[in-house]
Every structure is written in structure tokens, then in C-alpha cells.
Ligand binder design. Structure first.
Ligand code: MCA
Ligand code: AMP
Length: 457
């Protein structure tokens, strides 16, 4: 779509949303999602993007928690029953209305509510105000020298910050172009970069697959090598993949670090030193500090002393929807506690080394709470006890593994349990391996000791 067509189609959506405050968006990887989110934001509403592959439990939770007054969806999609939100509004890119010049709402007004997993329970809705999105995109433009001349290429899902905020609102804020692949594949990404793409956004799993493809295909490697910027984020990019991409393409990946709640905190700049394992320096306007176990601010920038990353700045969310408890424990005196552990190098570069919570798993760049997967496994009639943890995986970074004590009756198959989770939650939350055990290792309090799961039988 041209900017003129997009403005007309978004105005048509905004016109249908008049008088509403909060709208859900069935965020398929299609142009309708871009038009829908833009229409909502143009109309001054809060948009709640929904993973179209969500299972029933997630849909019920998101709908009851965020209480949207309407749902934006492409006219061609058949919606799941659990998404029976009052009013359905079709997003048709061919519709057009005269773009109005509504005044920009208050910068503190919520623009997006993005659902993100925690260690226990169902995902929490992070409320992102307009100023967080605007300032963060401008800070990224600054460090990446991102302009209207850039053509961004990616195949990220459009219901998370990476694909939607950075990957969709990002190019629009610059007045540049976006080519969404619909579905990621190394070949599709390389074809677009070989055409006129200048930047690629991806999660480490995508770069691992690109590295394998580039090692086998010189033309594909050349296309990656010619890009202005290859940017990785959402999970740690292993140094190995960084080097494989460099060896095959001559191009070094730029890594950046963020969270749904904070958007982007740190990045290597376009002209910066692209060292494997480092996510660069804090973005302009963003304060980052590391705290040790006693809560003392670390002063050593020795690249060795490890502390928890705390972040402050205009990029922060305002809190979790309907969860004052969770907001209060993560956001104190303007600082957000990320739960990530890092060291700081003498030149200010941050190196993320791990996470405080072992119950959070990053798989393919998706954050998944172990508790959420355990809860859905326990809903299966043939499961007596369940424990879930992440294990290293060359492709996904971490894979979800479930330890199951079967109940009375036949033992369920691995596939049956994976499908069960995939139907209640989203398919990316399904266990990739299931291990049946007689009992789970527990401490004196009865709590499962996850570090001993590997040795349980
Ligand atoms: C497989 N499938 C199933 C089942 N098994 N469907 C139903 N039931 C099952 N049992 C389907 C899947 O839905 C998928 O469909 C296809 O089969 C392949 O599944 P899978 O192997 O899981 O997918 P994949 O090919 O491994 O996906 C890898 C990926 C993906 C493309 C890298 O993980 C991905 O898109 N990751 C991006 C995550 C992301 O954007 N995170 C940002 C969070 P289909 O292929 O059609 O889906 S924001 C964030 O982290 C912060 C802010 C930041 O810093 O960015
Ligand atoms: P999410 O909750 O899905 O927004 O995921 C945020 C988490 O992704 C952060 O807390 C980090 O653990 C992880 N993350 C994002 N980018 C990076 C990165 N470049 N390196 C390491 N971890 C990252």
C-alpha cells in the first residue's frame, strides 16, 4: 500500500471506532493488521493485539482481562468462538475515508496492551503509552540512522513488541517502507534484501536458520552481506551464530535488548562495535543500572561483576492491566526490574548473561512461563503431576520440556500432551519433549526442585 492508501484505509477504520476506547485486533501476519493498528491509534484508542494462534484459555483470559468493546479482523477470517467480543469490525484495506486531522492524544494515553508471560498464571497485559512508542522509535532511529530511505524486511509475528512496534510502527514513524514476509524463511528474507531491502529484523532462531542457508547458498549470503543493517533481538544471540553469519556473509549482526514492558533499552549503534555477546549501550534517554543481590548499585564496569538490569526512562510501560500487585513489585521509584542478569564492560557495553527466574523460558524469541504450561498439562485427565523447564536448543535457544507423573489409566503419548497444550495455549507454548517419571524431585516444602529434574526418573 502507498502512504496515501494506508492513510485512507486507517481513517476508514478510525471512523468505525468512533466513541470506543479499547479495541482488540486479531493480529494475523497480514496488511489488515497494519491497517487495523493504525486505524485504532489514529482514532486515539487502545489496541489489544491478539495472537491468532492463541488457544482457548489465552483467548478467554485476554478477552475478560482487557474487556475490548470491539474486535478488528480481516473480513476473510473465521474467528474462534472464545473470541466472541461484542462487535466485530472488518478491516478492509480497500476501504477509504478522508483522513481527518484529529489532535494527537495525551502522550500518556495507552496505545497498546501487549500480553506477556510471567512465571506463574496467565499472561499479563503490559500497558504501553503513546510516548513510550514514539520516544523509543526515535531513539532507535537515532542509533541505527534509520530514515525514510530504509526498506525494512521481516517475518515477525505482529502481536508482540518486536514485530508490531519496532517492525510495523517503526518504518511508519520514519516514513519508510516495510516488506513483511507473511511467513519467515531465509529465502524470502534474502530475496527481499536482494531487491531493495536495507534492514532485516529477526530473532536469533531466524539468524541461526539464515546462517545455515547462507553457508549453503552464495547468492543468499551475498544478499545478507549487502544489507545496511541486520538486527537481532528478543533473545540472546549466541556468539556462534554471530560468527557464522559474519563468516558466511561478511556482515556483523547488530544486537539490541528490550522487553515488552520497556521496549528497547540498549543497542549497538550503526557505527558501533558489533561484538558478539554484547547488546551495546543504553539508548539515548534510557537509564540502565545493575544491582547486586543485596540491592546495591554496581559501580564496577569490569565486564565480570553480574547484577540485575534495572531500567528507567520514557520507554517504560505504565503498569500491568488489572495487576497492581505485579506492577508494584516490578516498578519502583520509576525503575523497572527486568529480571535479566548482566555485566557492564569498561566502554559501557552491556552483556546479558542470564535471567533471575528459571521459570521463564525463551523459545524462538517467545517468552513462555513454565507455570502456564504446567497449568494446562494438569488439565489433562491422564496427568497427575507436571513440571516444565527450558533446555538448551540449537535452533530455538531453549526448548520447552515437560516432566510428567502420569495419573491412573493409560499413559498419554507425547504428541497428545503437546497437542493438548497447543490447543489451550498457543502452539509455540507446547512441550517439544515429554519425559515420564515416577515422581518429581521436591524439597522439604514440597516445591519441585527444577535443577534436579534432569536426574529424576
Ligand atoms: C506445530 N504447529 C502446531 C503444532 N505443532 N500447531 C498446532 N498444534 C501443534 N501441536 C505449527 C506451529 O503453529 C507453526 O505454524 C508450525 O507448526 C511450525 O511450528 P514451530 O516449529 O513451533 O514454529 P517454528 O518454525 O519453530 O517457529 C520459529 C520462529 C518463531 C519462526 C522463529 O518461533 C517466531 O516467529 N518467533 C518470533 C517470536 C517473537 O517475535 N518474539 C518477540 C517477543 P506457523 O509456522 O504457521 O506459525 S517481544 C520481545 O521479546 C521483546 C520486546 C524484544 O526484545 O523483542
Ligand atoms: P518479552 O517478555 O517477550 O518482551 O521478552 C523480554 C526478554 O527477552 C528480556 O527480559 C530478555 O530476557 C530477552 N531478550 C530480549 N532481547 C535480548 C537480547 N538481545 N539478549 C538477551 N536477551 C534478550
Amino acid at each position: 500500500m502507498t502512504y496515501e492508501q494506508l492513510a485512507g484505509a486507517a481513517a476508514a477504520v478510525a471512523a468505525q471506532l468512533q466513541g470506543l476506547e479499547r479495541v482488540a485486533l486479531y493480529a494475523t501476519p497480514t496488511i489488515e493488521t497494519a491497517v487495523g493498528v493504525l486505524g485504532g491509534l489514529l482514532g486515539g484508542l487502545t489496541v489489544v493485539p491478539i495472537n491468532p494462534k492463541s488457544g482457548d484459555r489465552e483467548l478467554q483470559h485476554i478477552v475478560s482481562d482487557s474487556a475490548p468493546e470491539a474486535l478488528l479482523a480481516s473480513p476473510s477470517v473465521e474467528l474462534p468462538v472464545a473470541l466472541a467480543v461484542g462487535k466485530r469490525i472488518d478491516v478492509d484495506p480497500a476501504h477509504t475515508a478522508l483522513p481527518g486531522v484529529a489532535p494527537e492524544p495525551d502522550p500518556e494515553q495507552p496505545a497498546l496492551i501487549l500480553y506477556t508471560s510471567g512465571t506463574t498464571g496467565l499472561p499479563k497485559g503490559a500497558v504501553l503509552p503513546r510516548r513510550a512508542i514514539a520516544t523509543n522509535l526515535d531513539a532507535l532511529a537515532d542509533v541505527w540512522e534509520w530514515t525514510a530511505d530504509d526498506v525494512l524486511v521481516h517475518g515477525l509475528p505482529l502481536f508482540h513488541a518486536h514485530g508490531l512496534v519496532l517492525g510495523t510502527l517503526g518504518p511508519l514513524r520514519r516514513g519508510g517502507r516495510l516488506v513483511h514476509l507473511g511467513r519467515f524463511s531465509p529465502e524470502a528474507a534474502a530475496n527481499e534484501l536482494a531487491a531493495d531491502g536495507t534492514m532485516l529484523f529477526g530473532v536469533p532462531t531466524m539468524y541461526a536458520r539464515l546462517a545455515t542457508a547462507a553457508e549453503q547458498d552464495r547468492l543468499l549470503a551475498h544478499a545478507l552481506g549487502e544489507a545496511r543493517l541486520l538486527v537481532s533481538g528478543s533473545a540472546a544471540l549466541p556468539a556462534r551464530e554471530h560468527r557464522r553469519i559474519e563468516d558466511a556473509t561478511g556482515q556483523r549482526i547488530v544486537e539490541r535488548y528490550g522487553l515488552t514492558e520497556t521496549l528497547m533499552n540498549c543497542s549497538v549503534s550503526a557505527r558501533g562495535d558489533r561484538r558478539p555477546g554484547y547488546v551495546g549501550s543504553p539508548l539515548p534517554g534510557v537509564d540502565v543500572r545493575l544491582l547486586d543481590e543485596r540491592g546495591q548499585i554496581l559501580t564496577a564496569a569490569d565486564d565480570e561483576t553480574i547484577g540485575e538490569v534495572h531500567v528507567r526512562g520514557p520507554n517504560l510501560f505504565t503498569g500491568y492491566l488489572n495487576r497492581p500487585d505485579a506492577t508494584a513489585s516490578s516498578l519502583r521509584d520509576g525503575w523497572f526490574r527486568t529480571g535479566d542478569l548482566a555485566a557492564c564492560a569498561p566502554d559501557g557495553y552491556i552483556r546479558i548473561v542470564g535471567r533471575r527466574e528459571t521459570d521463564l523460558i525463551k523459545t524462538g524469541g517467545y517468552k513462555v512461563g513454565a507455570g502456564e504450561v504446567e497449568g494446562s498439562l494438569l488439565e489433562h485427565a491422564l496427568v497427575a503431576e507436571a513440571a516444565v523447564a527450558g533446555e538448551p536448543d540449537d535452533d530455538l535457544g531453549e526448548r520447552i520440556v515437560a516432566w510428567i507423573v502420569p495419573g491412573d489409566g493409560p499413559r498419554p503419548s507425547e504428541e497428545e500432551l503437546a497437542n493438548h497444550v497447543a490447543s489451550l495455549l498457543a502452539p509455540h507454548k507446547r512441550p517439544r519433549a515429554v519425559r515420564f517419571v515416577d515422581e518429581l524431585p521436591r524439597n522439604a516444602m514440597g516445591k519441585v526442585v527444577k535443577s534436579q529434574l534432569g536426574s529424576s526418573r
